[in-house]
Design a protein around this ligand. Structure first.
Ligand SMILES: [Zn+2]
Ligand SMILES: [Zn+2]
Length: 136
């Protein structure tokens, strides 16, 4: 299987994901993702950390909470990864930075308690009020 690939807006950071992603694709509605990306929701693909490989550049890291670390391009600012200390076996990658996001449709919504009332996105998908992943 050809690895999934992606990168930031400016191209300074490029990555590949080896094998089949281990987790789900989720629209996150939490307020921290919203601010970090400047977007009304952020769609994450969950992979095992050892599936993710940088092929160019490096990620700048920001500790957005005591346990959460966000990786982004230090040049153009594209958000790329999220890692939570309580879930070291899961790395979230922004679907929006994939070269072929069309191939990774979302399967659920998370943190729906923070969802914007006027956002109507994939309304047929299951919802969770937090980030617990029912598919793992
Ligand atoms: Zn960049
Ligand atoms: Zn979030």
């Amino acid at each position: 299987m050809k690895p999934l690939s992606g990168g930031c807006l400016c191209g300074a950071v490029r990555y590949e994901i080896d094998g089949r992603p281990k987790g789900s694709v989720a629209h996150c509605h939490c307020s921290m993702c919203r601010r970090a990306a400047g977007s009304v929701a952020v769609t994450w693909l969950t992979v095992a950390p050892d599936q993710f490989r940088l092929t160019r550049g490096a990620l700048t890291r920001y500790a957005s909470s005591a346990k959460g670390a966000r990786g982004f391009c230090g040049t153009c600012g594209s958000p790329v990864t999220f890692l939570h200390a309580d879930h070291p076996d899961e790395l979230d990658v922004t679907v929006g930075t994939l070269d072929r996001p069309e191939d990774m449709p979302a399967s659920l919504h998370i943190w729906t308690t923070s969802r914007l009332s006027w956002l109507h996105l994939d309304v047929h998908l299951p919802e969770r009020e937090d980030d617990a992943d029912p598919l793992l």
